[in-house]
Design a protein around this ligand. Structure first.
Ligand code: 4AD
Ligand code: MG
Length: 428
């Protein structure tokens, strides 16, 4: 008989089926055993009685053992997913030792056993939603004529400041793991004009928060001729499209995760506002009684307070120039600020996107680099880009795990990636 997935078997709904998977739960007596089988698509209850020639194998099929099952499927309202298979033949493929993961275990234990915990319905659902999200990003950009461009991962330069660089021995010299594709993207737009990527990104984040990983994936875009007002709209359209795709394709997974769909629906349908940093300070003062002086970066508490007034993501532009990365240009209409933006997610998830128009002034760039303690001569190749037919251009980066964490409603970003890396965790 041909094997089918559990989902396909339930769709068939009656008659003979053959499935294979792992034991998810089991219980029984010396007359019957109920074995819930799990595969990548779903779970299903199977029942076998002691007269069955496979009874011996069935008794050895403990949690996470792998099995093949043939039998008759029937609707059964009492079964966990509404169907039950009456087993005719059960073959034990791989025995399982006593499975270390049982109910109610702590997060550190589950993190130590991440290689096994991946099989849980929770992490499986998150990984499927992540798959939809990255698929949506490719679809969004490709349908709009953007070309996928892959950056180097070993780099000689900092993009987002020297303090979070990971140093790597490179033969007899040293290089860094990339903090962002941006500087290379700025070179590539002169050939391709509109580009995007999804690639690994590294930051030696010393802060232990529920939002920071030391290895994460960033989905970035860069476009020639584009200025700040236009690029913020692209970011809104992209995030909205991602949410719509997940709502369309992952109803089941969102339900398993217990996600409040109503809150996501807002982000799939409503307009996202754009405000300036100065307007954020004004709102914080007037509505929340928080006094943040101009020039201070917004901390998590301030972002959270501000976002409590919104049910969709919000774009915040024009942060103070003085605290921005060297490549963010001064806004000529408001010189204390830069032509830059962040997108903040609702429900306390904070910054999910960071981007800007790019400075095209070699002088401004050199000054910015020196202020960051960098030697402009190390960036000569990047400064070159301003010398040969420079054009206005802009781009941004979406933190893939930040978006996964928000859409899935996770407590911690660590669950948004299969094998998280943080200051305190590099295994398994
Ligand atoms: O705001 P960031 O630092 O922007 C850049 O790196 C720009 N060079 C991107 C660009 O313009 N092409 O990072 C972009 C996004 C953040 O908004 C956040 O969502 C995510 O990347 N991010 C992190 N996610 C997880 N862990 C970390 N340590 C992160 N740091 C940034
Ligand atoms: Mg940022």
């Amino acid at each position: 008989m041909n094997f089918m997935s559990i989902e396909e078997a339930m769709k068939k709904g009656s008659g003979k089926v053959a499935i294979r998977g792992w034991v998810y739960r089991e219980r029984g007596s010396n007359k019957f055993r109920f074995i819930v089988i799990r595969d990548s698509t779903n779970i299903i209850q199977c029942v076998i009685d002691s007269n069955n020639p496979s009874w011996n194998d069935a008794q050895k099929a403990n949690i996470e053992a792998s099995v093949e099952i043939e039998g008759e499927i029937k609707e059964d309202k009492r079964a966990p997913t509404g169907y039950e298979i009456h087993v005719e033949k059960l073959t034990l493929i791989g025995e399982s030792d006593t499975y270390p993961i049982t109910k109610d275990q702590g997060t550190e234990f589950l993190a130590d056993n991440r290689h096994l915990w991946l099989r849980s319905r929770k992490i499986t659902s998150i990984m499927k939603i992540r798959h939809t999200i990255t698929g949506a990003i490719h679809k969004f950009f490709r349908e709009r004529g953007y070309i996928e461009f892959d950056p180097p991962i070993f780099t000689p330069n900092a993009c987002e400041g020297g303090s979070t660089l990971f140093e790597v021995k490179y033969f007899k010299e040293k290089v860094y793991l990339t903090q962002s594709w941006q500087l290379y993207a700025e070179a590539a737009i002169f050939a391709l004009e509109k580009i995007y990527d999804i690639s690994p990104t590294f930051r030696a984040e010393k802060s232990q928060t529920s939002r920071h990983l030391s290895e994460f994936w960033m989905a970035e875009m860069e476009a020639a001729w584009m200025k700040l007002p236009e690029v913020t709209e692209v970011a809104k359209d992209e995030i909205k499209f991602i949410v719509q795709e997940v709502m369309k394709r992952n109803k089941k997974e969102l339900e398993i995760l217990g996600r409040d769909i109503k809150r996501l629906e807002m982000a799939a349908t409503k307009e996202y506002p754009t405000v300036t940093y100065s307007e954020v300070l004004k709102t914080l003062k007037e509505k929340d009684g928080l006094n943040v002086p101009f020039g201070k970066d917004l901390r998590t508490v301030e972002e959270e307070k501000f976002m409590s007034h919104f049910d969709t993501p919000v774009v915040v532009t024009n942060y103070p120039k003085a605290i921005m990365a060297f490549y963010k240009p001064e806004d000529p209409e408001n010189p204390e600020t830069a032509l830059c933006f962040d997108m903040l997610a609702p429900e306390g998830y904070g910054e999910i996107v960071g981007g800007s128009q790019r400075s095209t002034s070699v002088e401004e760039l050199k000054e910015g680099l020196e202020k960051e303690g960098e030697k402009p001569e190390n960036y000569s190749w990047y400064l070159d880009l301003r010398k040969y037919g420079s054009v206005p251009h802009s781009g941004y980066g979406v933190g893939v795990e930040r978006v996964v964490a928000w859409i899935c409603g996770l407590d911690n970003i660590k669950d948004a990636i299969a094998f998280p890396r943080t200051m305190l965790r590099k295994t398994p």
